[in-house]
Design a protein around this ligand. Sequence first.
Ligand code: GFB
Length: 310
Amino acid sequence: MYDLSGKRVYVAGHRGMVGGAIVRQLESRGIEVLTAPREVDLREQAAVREWFGANRPDVVIVAAAKVGGILANDSYPAEFLYDNLMIEANLIEASHRTDVGKLLFLGSSCIYPKLAPQPIPEDALLTGPLEPTNEWYAIAKIAGIKLCQAYRRQYGRDFISAMPTNLYGPGDNFDLQSSHVLPALIRKAHEAKLEGADSITIWGSGTPRREFLHVDDLAAGCLFLLENYSGEEHVNLGSGTDLTINELVETVCKVVGFEGAIERDTSKPDGTPRKLMDGSKIAAMGWKPTIGLEEGIADAYRWFLDNVSA
Ligand code: GFB
């Protein structure tokens, strides 16, 4: 439907895990990638307008966001709401002004109600209250979906949205305070193994269920949607399988080679009880992920060893 070859693609957020994976995949296909230097603060409307005016991309991928795990979301509600609103509003509006031919906005599975039906279909959006630990981020991401829809309706812009599930992989944030669960577990298990510790401590009860997608699968799904989808409704991007945090801990410990005990700090939040997305919409278009969880964790662990713990 939309051929990316020969297009100049601006990846906003190229320094992050998601943007980095998308850049790798575009470059491997020989597609020209544009990135903005660090000095262009995407929260500043004038700076964003100026960069778009000077660079005029054909395609825009909105992978720039203030992101973090459950504790970061809960601790910094102002930045998670304000920064994300500003970043997406500036990028989407500047794309409209400069006649960008196609835009992909990336959201998050936390846009859905806390107690949404499982697996969560796209039309569960705005049918119930959000999970309180991340409602600030979720509200910003819902606004981004709506901005894409509004510019599509009013101006006929080909702006689409994808909602990824919990992501992990090379380039992830391994800081124990601000990271998501998977990189945190890799770090905890690795350091405990090196120190010969008897146990690691995980947050919450371990019973919440989560779905994980390797970031290279996500990047492939994003390019697939850019080329094959044009519609108002956002599209779920997941792996199709979930597991409990306790099961995830077992898998991470197996990959890392840590055999000690697991302690639970129940003063930390569990968050939403389950978050498995219904991937049938993108599956019907002909896309599916290819990286299994254990294989994907081994890849993320290799990246951690080479880039973080080294
Ligand atoms: O990945 P995570 O931080 O975020 O936590 P969410 C997932 C689950 O893992 C929660 C548990 O039940 C945590 O309590 N957990 C166990 C840990 N040990 C740890 C640990 O050491 N670190 C962390 N971080 N968690 C995020 C949202 O929710 O999901 C974001 O806050 C975003 O907005 C993202 O949507 C995809 O899956 O709960």
